[in-house]
Structures are given as structure tokens and as C-alpha cells.
Design a binder for this molecule. Structure first.
Ligand code: ADP
Ligand code: ASP
Ligand code: MG
Length: 407
């Protein structure tokens, strides 16, 4: 069973019939080299966006269950086409939806979490010497309804399968050569990182480096699955995401920019126990993830509380906050969706103040105001105006000498 290899091909890699035929050849070659192959694919090119747009043309608030039903069709197109392409190369193959291959999730439509994988069907098809093609990004809940795992979720399908099937490695094929010091489409001088630790990759992914879905990295770390990120066009080695020891040296590994966030402020909140609890418990009960939180102490036991959310959760968060404002005796709610989060990531960077000081100095030199700051053991993030974000990213990349090749 240990010669199972899980590969994942992203949307651009299966973006046309020509590309599907090309990756079919790659897959058939891996099979001939002796691996038992499970392939996870995304929807073709821009399909998921197009389907989402259609839903919003029909309804301003499409029901989550129906949205998942719709979005999951994208992956179903690519699994069947890829299976046809592989079959025509003479290899035996079968395509399976998330539900058919036993991917069970919770009920949380649009951002469901995998709770269990029953691999029996996959194993039985592999035992028949077939290549198994799995639809990424989807599963079924306990009521047999189709769920999706959140945008970019096919990476998570792949790593979850690799963990369940005990694949030696999970190969993620994408449209860039691997993980770079920052998004190579935003900063031309970004350099390829050959090896990166799970912790650092998890921070980069969570802070806006869309190259890997954050939950895929969480799973890879939990089950110790090495992940190889590489291009589906070149034969380059790419980046290995794995357990990296020797974290003593402070290294700035990369920069991330998240432009999909919004800032919400609740003004004139009474300064007494239980207020923050009430607010954040309500947001959390609706599965809204809250990031950078700041409480300013004003005068006369009155505070302002500000925090950031993903822009897709902005409307719902505002509704929740507005409902709670009178309850907690605050004045009102304001928001700003013209903000971005710029982050520096690297093991141990907050154990010395040098990185923070260079980060803040760079923003000062550019005349950029920092609206919020947050940090953990391995990252420092600043919330700044979106208008300045790209300029700041490029400048910081230079200041931290990230264009010199990393190891
Ligand atoms: P796929 O469809 O293959 O899943 P994605 O678009 O989800 O591809 O992810 C690949 C993209 O991630 C790249 O095209 C690149 O623009 C972006 N990206 C963001 N940050 C990074 C980074 N640090 N390294 C590499 N790519 C990055
Ligand atoms: N097709 C889904 C998306 O575009 C899932 C994925 O590509 O990983 O988000
Ligand atoms: Mg992706």
C-alpha cells in the first residue's frame, strides 16, 4: 500500500483540454514507473468564479446548500475529462466525486471541514490497478448533502487523502515553480524557497499566500505528510514543505499580503468584563474567523474595539455587530474595506526586535501609516491602507534581502 502517490492539479493546470491531455501523460508515466496513483483535480480555470457569478445573478444571497451543489459541479467536469484523457492513453482509470470516495465533512456549507475519510472505495479501485481521479474541494455531510471546503480547498482534499492513504508525499502541481519568498506575480524579484517548515508555510498560507490552502498545511503538519509544490509545466523540483529542525537561526522566510480583509470598529464600548466575550462568541457561533484585534482605552471607562475579518464575511459580521451594539451599550459600528494585511514570516523573528524595527522603519520611509499591528512567534503583521500595499510589499522584499536565493 505504501507505493501510493497522491497528486493534485490546480485550476490553471487543467484549464483547457490541451492541458488536461498534457497532465494525463504525466500521470500515466508515474503509473508506469510503479506508483499507485490518486489524482485530485480542481475545476477548470476560472470555472468556480464563473459559477459563483451566476449564482449571484440569480440571488443576492444564494442559499449555502445550493451554492455548494453548484460549485461542486466544476470539479466534476475536470475529473471526467481527465479520466477520458488517461483512458485514451491506454491506462485503466476511474473518476470519483468527493462523496463517492468517502470524504465526509461537517455541515458547514461553503467552508466545511473534513471529519472522516472512508478510503475503502479508493483502495478497491487501486487494487483493480486503476488510476483514481478525485474531485477536489468537496465532500458530503452526514445527510448526504454536497459540501465544499472553501476556496482553494482542493489542496486540502489532496493532503487529507495523502494522510489517510499513507502516501509518502503529496505532490501539488500548480502554475508557479513552487513557494516563493512572496507572490511572484506581485514582486518580480521573488525567489523560490527550496525547503520550508510546516509552521512557516502555515503562517504564509493563512496570511494570504494562496499557493496552498491553509488547512492543507495544517493537516500536512498534523499527519506529517511532506508536501511538494511544483509547476505542472516544468520538471523543476519546486518546494518541499516538511518538518525542519534547526530553527535557532532567525530567518525571514517570506512576506504575505492579504488584500481580502476588512476592518470593523465598534465605538464607545463600556470598559467592563464580558463585553469582548459576548461579541466574539456571537461571531464565532457563525463561524466567522476574527483576526488582529485591538482595544483602545479611551476616557471614562469607554473603549473602541477594532478587528479584521475576511472580506467575504464582512456583511454578516456587520449585521451581527449592529445587533449587539445596543445590547452591550456601545455607540455604533463602522467598517473599512480598503485595508490590507502585510506580514513578515520566519521562525523566531519576534525573539529579536530587529525584524519589527526594520519592518516599521520601511513603512515609515514610505510614509505609510500603520493602523494595527499583531505578532506571534513567527510573524509580524501590519494593517495598512490597500492603496499602498503593493508598493510596501516590493520595498520590504528588498529591505529584507529576499531576492537573494533562500535555501
Ligand atoms: P491552483 O489553481 O494551482 O491551486 P492558485 O492560484 O490557488 O493555483 O495558487 C497559485 C498562485 O498562488 C500563484 O499563481 C501565485 O500568484 C500565488 N501565490 C501567492 N503567494 C505565493 C507564494 N509565496 N509563492 C508562490 N505563489 C504564490
Ligand atoms: N475550484 C475551487 C476554487 O477555485 C477549489 C480549488 O481550486 O482548490 O476555489
Ligand atoms: Mg489553489
Amino acid at each position: 500500500m505504501n507505493n501510493i502517490l497522491v497528486q493534485k492539479y490546480g485550476g490553471t493546470s487543467v484549464g483547457s483540454c490541451e492541458k488536461i491531455k498534457r497532465i494525463a501523460e504525466n500521470i500515466a508515466t508515474c503509473k508506469k514507473n510503479g506508483s499507485r496513483i490518486v489524482v485530485v483535480v480542481s475545476a477548470m480555470g476560472d470555472t468556480t468564479n464563473q459559477l459563483t457569478n451566476k449564482a449571484f445573478q440569480i440571488s443576492a444571497q444564494p442559499p449555502s446548500r445550493e451554492l455548494d451543489m453548484l460549485l461542486a459541479t466544476g470539479e466534476q467536469v475536470s475529473i471526467s475529462l481527465l479520466a477520458m484523457a488517461i483512458k485514451s492513453l491506454g491506462e485503466d482509470v476511474i473518476s470519483l466525486t468527493g462523496g463517492q470516495c468517502g470524504i465526509i465533512t461537517d455541515d458547514n456549507h461553503k467552508k466545511a471541514k473534513i471529519t472522516q475519510i472512508n478510503t475503502d472505495r479508493i483502495i478497491s479501485e487501486l487494487d483493480k490497478d486503476k488510476i483514481v481521479i478525485v474531485a477536489g474541494f468537496q465532500g458530503i455531510n452526514n445527510s448526504n448533502d454536497i459540501t465544499t471546503l472553501g476556496r482553494g480547498g482542493s489542496d486540502t482534499t489532496a493532503v487529507a487523502l495523502a494522510a489517510s492513504l499513507k502516501s509518502k508525499i503529496c505532490e501539488i502541481y500548480t502554475d508557479v515553480d513552487g513557494v516563493y519568498t512572496t507572490d511572484p506575480r506581485k514582486v518580480k524579484s521573488a525567489s523560490l524557497i527550496k525547503t520550508i517548515s510546516y509552521d512557516e508555510m502555515l503562517e504564509l498560507a493563512s496570511l494570504g499566500s494562496t499557493v496552498l490552502h491553509p488547512r492543507s498545511v495544517e493537516l500536512a503538519r498534523k499527519y506529517n505528510v511532506p508536501v511538494s509544490v511544483k509547476s505542472s509545466y516544468t520538471m523543476n523540483k519546486g518546494t518541499l514543505v516538511t518538518e525542519v529542525k534547526n530553527m535557532e537561526k532567525i530567518v525571514v522566510r517570506g512576506l504575505a499580503l492579504d488584500q481580502e480583509i476588512s476592518k470593523i470598529s465598534i465605538l464607545e464600548v463600556p470598559d467592563k468584563p464580558g463585553i469582548a466575550y459576548k461579541l466574539f462568541a456571537e461571531l464565532s457561533s457563525k463561524n466567522i474567523t476574527v483576526d488582529t484585534i485591538i482595544q483602545n482605552v479611551n476616557r471614562n471607562a469607554i473603549n473602541d474595539i477594532s478587528f479584521t475579518v475576511n472580506s467575504t464575511d464582512l456583511e454578516e459580521s456587520i449585521r451581527i455587530c449592529e445587533n449587539i451594539v445596543t445590547d452591550i451599550g456601545a455607540k455604533n459600528v463602522i467598517y473599512d474595506n480598503n485595508v490590507s494585511k502585510l506580514s513578515v514570516v520566519g521562525a523566531g523573528i519576534t525573539s529579536s526586535s530587529e525584524v519589527a524595527s526594520l519592518f516599521f522603519k520601511s513603512l515609515y520611509e514610505l510614509g505609510i501609516n500603520i493602523q494595527m499591528i499583531s505578532s506571534s512567534q513567527i510573524k509580524i503583521s501590519c494593517i495598512i491602507e490597500t492603496e499602498h500595499a503593493l508598493k510596501a510589499l516590493t520595498y520590504l522584499h528588498d529591505m529584507f534581502h529576499l531576492n537573494k536565493l533562500n535555501e
